[in-house]
Design a binder for this molecule. Structure first.
Ligand SMILES: NC(=O)c1ccc[n+]([C@@H]2O[C@H](COP(=O)([O-])OP(=O)(O)OC[C@H]3O[C@@H](n4cnc5c(N)ncnc54)[C@H](OP(=O)(O)O)[C@@H]3O)[C@@H](O)[C@H]2O)c1
Length: 250
């Protein structure tokens, strides 16, 4: 029998049912593995469920369907957001947390070349409209929870614009706006929203970065620790915005 981190540690007296997008790799996968070890119930949205790599998540999908549920989810398809939420509610009966990790990067700049507008459109669909459709679909369940949480992987690119990047920071500034709207809309229903804004994180997204060694970047496991702590905080103590710097920001 493989070892699974399935039993909640004693401090976790209120496990949550969490929807996590982009859970197949990168930051989303680290957050999902840590949330599983913390005792939460997980509904994982991935584009290709058959491609989920070996590890604790897929083991739990096979052995503990009461703890982990897997569903196809492409952030560009609003219908899939609705289907995933409905299937999760049918499976677990509730949703009290949403963690948006799916996202794409682009180097497209202000004076984009002909044809690059398609990449900009795609970025908006995944980075902004994906979280928007998914939040909208899950909202009644988050309200019903009375203590819902939404955690969104934004970026320091949602705080300032560096160099010649345009498409990516524009999508992340818009995502910060969405986080503020979610916060306003959800406050009286007990929903608390956190925008996590890292600089470079050591995942495949940052693998082209030459100026910073992988070990000097923020590690996805550290964002998973941060997320685990956020999920333990009461509604009266949840921070709205966390800037995570691995380099001095001036
Ligand atoms: N890495 C960084 O330096 C950094 C810094 C700040 C913020 N962030 C943000 O953190 C989030 C996670 O990034 P990461 O570093 O984990 O990147 P990553 O390793 O490239 O992973 C990206 C994740 O997004 C998913 N995804 C991409 N397009 C999708 C779509 N159309 N529908 C559903 N899922 C989709 C991928 O799924 P597939 O496996 O199906 O492709 C994958 O799980 C992103 O929003 C990113 O902008 C990253």
């Amino acid at each position: 029998m493989p070892h699974l981190p399935l039993e909640p540690p004693p401090a976790m007296d209120q496990p949550r049912t969490l929807l996590i997008s982009g859970a197949g790799r990168g930051i989303g996968r680290s957050i999902a593995e840590r949330a599983l070890a913390e005792g939460h119930r997980l509904s994982l949205g991935v584009r290709d469920p058959s491609g989920l790599p070996e590890g604790p998540l897929i083991e739990a999908v096979r052995l503990r369907p009461d703890r982990v549920f897997l569903h196809p989810y492409d952030a560009r398809e609003p219908r899939q957001a609705r289907d995933w939420v409905e299937a999760t509610l049918a499976h677990f009966g509730a949703i009290d947390g949403l963690i948006h990790c799916a996202g794409v990067f682009s180097r497209v700049g202000l004076l984009f070349e002909p044809g690059q507008e398609r990449e900009i459109d795609d970025l908006w669909r995944v980075n902004l409209m994906g979280p928007w459709w998914l939040t909208r679909a899950a909202w009644p369940a988050l309200v019903a929870s009375g203590d819902g949480r939404v955690i969104t992987l934004v970026s320091m690119s949602g705080q300032r614009v560096k160099g010649s990047l345009a498409a990516y920071p524009c999508s992340k500034f818009a995502l910060m706006g969405l986080c503020q709207s979610m916060r306003n809309e959800g406050w009286n229903a007990g929903i608390r929203v956190t925008a996590i804004c890292p600089g470079w994180v050591n995942t495949s997204m940052a693998s082209q970065v030459k100026a910073l060694a992988a070990e000097a970047m923020t590690q996805p496991e550290d964002l998973a620790t941060l997320t685990a702590q956020l999920l333990r905080l009461p509604a009266s103590a949840v921070p709205f915005e966390l800037k995570i710097n691995c380099q001095l920001e001036t």
